[in-house]
Ligand binder design. Structure first.
Ligand SMILES: [Fe+2]
Length: 294
């Protein structure tokens, strides 16, 4: 076999193997709240993998058992490049559509938040804080969660407030026991509102338990160990957002004041390790998360 033919065939085969690795990584990354988790999607992903492996086997068969000419070697080599480009394009399309879907969700959520002046921009603020928090998570925690799913959980954590009476949301001063009981249902209502989107099952518990406390005195009295990590993160950034943006019953406080309040509640309301991570994030990065409101 000609040296050039052999080189082209070997390069193409190596490229096909790297295509398979790239495709498998891409498929794992797809398993987030927007794509993945649905059987039909999984079938499509597995079918794609079978096709690529089948292509590699056909490639090797032609290369080994036929007397490949330079034309055949070029066709095989550029065929493998074509597969690489197709996977890259697919990857890009998925990323872009996820970004667009997040932007649409942000608009929807900001409309919901604008029902109560004190909530205006709050969900977007919490989502921005989640993006930054994720960057600073240690690998041991980061590996277990997907950024897109965490961002959606942060953005939708208070969607249940859509069904809370406007007079309770905008009430100045303390809530009565009855009003408090109604407000405590908002995580549950949120999960119910999101139920039609099946892939959101992945983040339902994160939203449901975002008002849990590590001392077990949260809405559902869950113990620290049984509270999902994303819910513990939301609890911290939700508090930071509420403190610094202010609520109808309290004026906005500074970054330093918010940090002091969060620090004093570490091990009581908030997970100590996660509070430490939050405190390690540079102040400028946290301040840049504040949404620009019109
Ligand atoms: Fe909430």
């Amino acid at each position: 076999m000609d040296v050039l033919v052999l080189v082209l065939i070997l390069l193409g085969a190596a490229n096909m193997v790297s295509n398979i690795v790239f495709y498998v990584i891409f498929s794992f990354r797809m398993k987030d709240v927007i794509s993945g988790g649905v059987r039909r999607d999984n079938v499509m992903v597995i079918t794609g993998l079978i096709l690529i492996v089948f292509f590699l086997i056909g490639y090797l068969y032609i290369a080994i058992y036929t007397d490949a000419s330079i034309i055949m070697a070029l066709v095989l080599f550029f065929g493998s490049i074509f597969v690489t480009l197709a996977i890259m394009l697919l990857n890009r399309l998925v990323k872009t559509s996820k970004q667009r879907s997040l932007e649409v969700s942000q608009i929807l959520i900001s409309v919901i938040d604008s029902r109560a002046p004190s909530l205006h921009g709050h969900s977007l603020h919490v989502k921005n804080l989640m993006t930054v928090f994720y960057k600073h998570l240690p690998r041991s925690i980061k590996g277990d969660y997907n950024l897109i799913s965490l961002e959606y959980a942060a953005l939708f954590h208070d969607i249940g407030k859509l069904e809370m009476p406007i007079e309770i949301l905008n009430k100045e001063g303390n809530l009565t026991e009855e009003e408090e009981a109604i407000m405590r249902t908002h995580p549950q209502v949120g999960v119910r509102l999101l139920r039609p989107i099946r892939s959101f099952d992945l983040i339902a518990d994160w939203i449901l338990y975002h008002h849990e406390r590590v001392d077990g005195q949260g809405y559902y009295y869950k113990s620290a160990d049984s509270i999902p990590v994303p819910s513990k993160i939301i609890a911290i950034i939700d508090a930071y957002s509420a403190i610094t943006m202010g609520r109808v019953y309290s004026a906005p406080k500074t970054y330093e004041e918010a940090v002091e309040i969060i620090k004093s509640n570490a091990g009581i309301k908030y997970d100590e390790e996660l509070v430490d991570i939050f405190l390690s994030i540079p102040k400028e990065e946290i301040l840049a998360c504040a949404p620009k409101l019109e």
